[in-house]
Write a new protein. Structure first.
Lengths: 330, 261
C-alpha cells in the first residue's frame, strides 16, 4: 500500500487580482520504507509541497488536490482537526538550518523533553519526570550522540551544526513517525558532516523502516542515498523514477541539463571545458510562462509547449514533456 | 606566460587575545605558506571551516594585516594598507551576492564607485566602461538603472563579478562564490568565469568545498587544515593520488556519492 499518494496537487497564492499557482498539479507517491528525493532549484515549490503535506501553510495559500491519501485515508475529506491528528502522529519534519530552528534560550535537554510523547510514558505521576528524562537521553542515543550528559546541558550555540541537526532529528523521532520529511537537511554544511547526517538518515530508514522524503536543490548530493527521485521545476512536475533511471537515462530535457551541468557527475569532461547549461534563469512567480514552464529555456521547445503536457508513463518512469528524450537512448 | 603573476612568501597570521597582559593567548590562524600563481591559471584552496582558507583570502585583499611574510604582484611588493595599489589588481567576490550589493544604489552607481575612487576617467568614459563591462558579464545596458533587488540570484552574482572585473584586475578571489547558486546557474557562472579568464588572462583563487568544481575549474590546489598546508600541487595529481589522510577523507566523503552508480 502506498504510504502517501498525491495526485495533481496545486498550491495557490491568493492575491488581489488573480491567483498564482506556485505549485501546479504535482504528483507524488511514496511506498513504505522508501527514500525519495525531491529535487528542484530554488523557487521550484519543493518546500511548499512539503509544508502542504505537513499542513503548516497559513491563510494566504490554498491547497487543492485531486487525491491526497495517507495510507488509504482520504485526507481531503477530513476536517482540518482530524487531518492534523493523523499527520502530527505519523509525519515529522526537519529543517534547513538546525541552529536557527532550535530555541537558543533553553538547553537541548529541556527542548528534547518537551518533544517526548506523553502517551509513551508509563508509570505513576511521580515516576514520569524521571522517565521523561530517560526518554530524552534514549532519543539522543538513537541518533548516535553518545555523550548525552554534556549534550543535554548545553545550549544550541555550543554545539556544531551537524550535532544540532542530529538533535533536530532526535526531536523528529520522538513520536516515532512513519515519514520523515527532511527539507535540505545539509545545506550550508561541510561535506564530511553532510555524510554523517545522510548516513544517519539511511540507517534510520533501514533499521526502523522509516520512509524519508529528502528535499534538495542539488541532484548530485542526494543520488547516493535515494531509491527514487522526483524532479520539479518552477512548481511543475518534471520527472519521476528510480535514481538510476533519472541519473543515467533522463527523459526530460531539464533533468538532462541538470545531470549534464554537474561537473561531479560527468567525470569524462575535460578540465576547463565549457559545461552544458540552459540559457536564462528560473522565472519569478509574477511572470510564469504558460504551458510548460520550462518552455522559454528548453532546447527542444516547439509550438505545442504552450499547453501543459500530460504525464507519460514508461515503465514507472514518469515524465511530463511533449517531446521526451526517450528515443535518444535506444 | 611563464612569469609569475602573484607570489606569496611565508604568509602567516596569528591572532592575539588582547584582553590579558600576562600569558597572552595566541591563536594561529595560518602557518607560513608560500605559493605562486601565473596568469590564466586557477588555484583552488580546499578545507573545512576554521582551516584558514578565508584568512588567506582576507590577507590577499588586505582586509587583515599579515603577521609575517609578504605578497608580490608582478615582482612588486604589495604594501599592507596601500589599498589604492592593491584594490586595482586584486578583487574579491563573496559568497552571498545578495547582501554584498548596496540595496540603495542603482547598478550604475554601484559600478561607478570603484571607477571614481581609483581611476581618472571622466563621466562619459565611465559610463561607457560600465556599459561594456555589463555586456561582458552577460547583462544589458538597460540594467544600469535597476536596483539590486530587481535581479535574480544568478544575475546578482554577475553584478558582483562585473564589479570585480571593472578595474581590469589581474587576480580575482572567489570566496565560496559558487556555493550558494543553483546548479544550472552555477554552470552558467563557471562558463562565464572561464571565458573571462581566457579573454583577460585573469588568475583566480577559488575557495570552495565542492571538489567537483575544483576538479573542473582549477589547475593547482592546496589543501588546508587548521592553518597548515597539507598538500599542494596539480589538481589532477592530488585528486588521483592523495597523499595525506585528511585529503583522502575529504575526497572519499564527496566521491563515494556518485562513484558506485
Amino acid at each position: 500500500m502506498n504510504l502517501i499518494d498525491i495526485r495533481n496537487m496545486s498550491i495557490e497564492l491568493k492575491t488581489g487580482t488573480k491567483p498564482i499557482f506556485a505549485v501546479d498539479r504535482v504528483n507524488l507517491t511514496m511506498k513504505e520504507g522508501e527514500v525519495r528525493g525531491l529535487v528542484g532549484e530554488s523557487g521550484s515549490g519543493k518546500s511548499l509541497l512539503a509544508q502542504a503535506i505537513v499542513g503548516v501553510l497559513d491563510e494566504k495559500w490554498r491547497v487543492d488536490a485531486d487525491r491526497f491519501h495517507w495510507r488509504g485515508n482520504d485526507l481531503m475529506r477530513l476536517s482540518p482537526a482530524e487531518r492534523k491528528a493523523i499527520i502530527s502522529k505519523d509525519v515529522a519534519m526537519i529543517f534547513q538550518e538546525p541552529m536557527a530552528c532550535l530555541d537558543p534560550t533553553t538547553t537541548i535537554g529541556e527542548q528534547l523533553e518537551e518533544a517526548v510523547d506523553v502517551e509513551q510514558l508509563t508509570g505513576f505521576f511521580w515516576q514520569k519526570r524521571q522517565q521523561r528524562k530517560q526518554a530524552a537521553i534514549n532519543l539522543l542515543h538513537k541518533v548516535g550522540i553518545k555523550k548525552h550528559e554534556v549534550c543535554v546541558k548545553s545550549f544550541p550555540h555550543q554545539l556544531t551544526d551537524a550535532l544540532c541537526q542530529r538533535v533536530m532529528i532526535a526531536m523528529a523521532l520522538a513520536r516515532r513517525p512513519m515519514l520523515l520529511i527532511a527539507d535540505e537537511p545539509t545545506a550550508a554544511m561541510e561535506s564530511t558532516n553532510q555524510g554523517q547526517i545522510f548516513r544517519l538518515l539511511a540507517s534510520l530508514n533501514q533499521l526502523k523502516n522509516m520512509s524519508i522524503l529528502l528535499i534538495s536543490h542539488d541532484l548530485e548530493n542526494v543520488t547516493h542515498w535515494t531509491n527514487n527521485i522526483t524532479v520539479m521545476y518552477s512548481g511543475q512536475f518534471v520527472e519521476a523514477g528510480t535514481t538510476e533511471q533519472i541519473f543515467n537515462q533522463p527523459y526530460h530535457p531539464y533533468t538532462r541539463a541538470l545531470v549534464d551541468s554537474s561537473p561531479k557527475a560527468n567525470r569524462m569532461i575535460p578540465n576547463k571545458s565549457r559545461l552544458m547549461t540552459l540559457p536564462g534563469s528560473i522565472p519569478i512567480l509574477q511572470h510564469l510562462p504558460i504551458g510548460c514552464r520550462l518552455g522559454p529555456r528548453c532546447p527542444r521547445a516547439q509550438q505545442k509547449c504552450v499547453h501543459a503536457p500530460k504525464i507519460k508513463n514508461f515503465h514507472s518512469h514518469q515524465v511530463s514533456c511533449h517531446f521526451p528524450l526517450k528515443d535518444s537512448y535506444s | 606566460m611563464s612569469d609569475v603573476l602573484l607570489q606569496v612568501v611565508d604568509l602567516s597570521k596569528v591572532y592575539k587575545d588582547k584582553n590579558y597582559w600576562f600569558n597572552q593567548k595566541c591563536v594561529t590562524a595560518l602557518e607560513p605558506l608560500s605559493f605562486d600563481i601565473m596568469a590564466h591559471k586557477t588555484l583552488a584552496i580546499v578545507g573545512e571551516t576554521g582551516s584558514g582558507k578565508s584568512t588567506v583570502a582576507k590577507l590577499l585583499v588586505g582586509a587583515e594585516l599579515p603577521t609575517t611574510g609578504h605578497i608580490r604582484l608582478n615582482g612588486q611588493t604589495l604594501e599592507p594598507g596601500n589599498f589604492k595599489q592593491r584594490c586595482q589588481h586584486v578583487r574579491m567576490i563573496f559568497q552571498d551576492s545578495g547582501t554584498t550589493l548596496n540595496p540603495s544604489l542603482t547598478i550604475e552607481q554601484l559600478l561607478d564607485e570603484p571607477l571614481r575612487l581609483n581611476t581618472g576617467l571622466d563621466e562619459i568614459e565611465r559610463h561607457q566602461l560600465i556599459r561594456e563591462t555589463l555586456h561582458k558579464v552577460g547583462l544589458l545596458a538597460d540594467h544600469m538603472s535597476f536596483y539590486p533587488h530587481m535581479f535574480s540570484g544568478g544575475q546578482k552574482q554577475r553584478i558582483s563579478l562585473a564589479r570585480a572585473i571593472i578595474l581590469k584586475p589581474q587576480v580575482i578571489i572567489l570566496d565560496e562564490a559558487l556555493a550558494s547558486l543553483d546548479p544550472s546557474l552555477r554552470s552558467q557562472m563557471i562558463n562565464l568565469l572561464l571565458d573571462l579568464q581566457q579573454q583577460m588572462g585573469l588568475a583566480f583563487i577559488l575557495i570552495s568545498h565542492n571538489l567537483g568544481i575544483v576538479r573542473h575549474f582549477s589547475d593547482e590546489m592546496m589543501v588546508l587544515s587548521k592553518g597548515k598546508v597539507l598538500e599542494f600541487g596539480k589538481t589532477a595529481d592530488i585528486l588521483q593520488k592523495p597523499k595525506h589522510k585528511y585529503t583522502k577523507k575529504l575526497i572519499m566523503s564527496q566521491r563515494f556519492q556518485l562513484l558506485y552508480r
